[in-house]
Design a protein around this ligand. Structure first.
Ligand SMILES: [Zn+2]
Ligand SMILES: [Zn+2]
Ligand SMILES: [Zn+2]
Ligand SMILES: [Zn+2]
Length: 139
């Protein structure tokens, strides 16, 4: 039995639990660990899931749901309150606030995610090398 001792190799955790993320569902835009893939697919049976290794994930434009208006997608980001808001919020409590397009926010995020993914790949390959090195080292 192979015991996995690669702790803290990633700082990104599964969206459903606290384990390190392994796979990514492109359809739902969620990161999943080995255990949660089945859970995720079972809980959303009616949907198609495009599960890929986390390092190969595709980030898509998925607008978050509005908290007070659960049927609305947030298409705008309120810079003043630092929250995503929907059309209804715009004419309500966020009237007159500074806003940016959600698409711009997501584009920025996507850049960050791309960099993070590259970092993870580098960390994983570095860890693999280190493991080998430690095995050979006898003090
Ligand atoms: Zn999990
Ligand atoms: Zn999914
Ligand atoms: Zn709203
Ligand atoms: Zn606001």
């Amino acid at each position: 039995m192979a015991t996995d001792t690669t702790q803290s190799q990633e700082h990104i955790t599964c969206d459903l639990c606290v384990k390190p993320v392994q796979q990514f569902c492109n359809s739902c835009q969620v990161g999943l660990c080995e255990d949660c893939i089945n859970k995720h697919v079972k809980s959303l049976k009616s949907m198609k899931h495009d599960i890929v290794p986390f390092t190969k994930r595709t980030v898509q434009l998925v607008f978050p749901q509005c908290t007070p208006h659960s049927h609305q997608r947030c298409e705008v980001y309120c810079q003043q309150c630092d929250v995503p808001v929907c059309i209804k919020c715009l004419t309500g409590q966020h009237q007159g606030h500074d806003k940016v397009d959600m698409a711009d926010i997501i584009a920025t995020k996507r850049e960050k995610i791309k960099r993070e993914t590259e970092e993870i790949v580098a960390i994983i390959s570095k860890n693999t090398e280190q493991d080998k090195g430690n095995e050979n080292k006898i003090s």
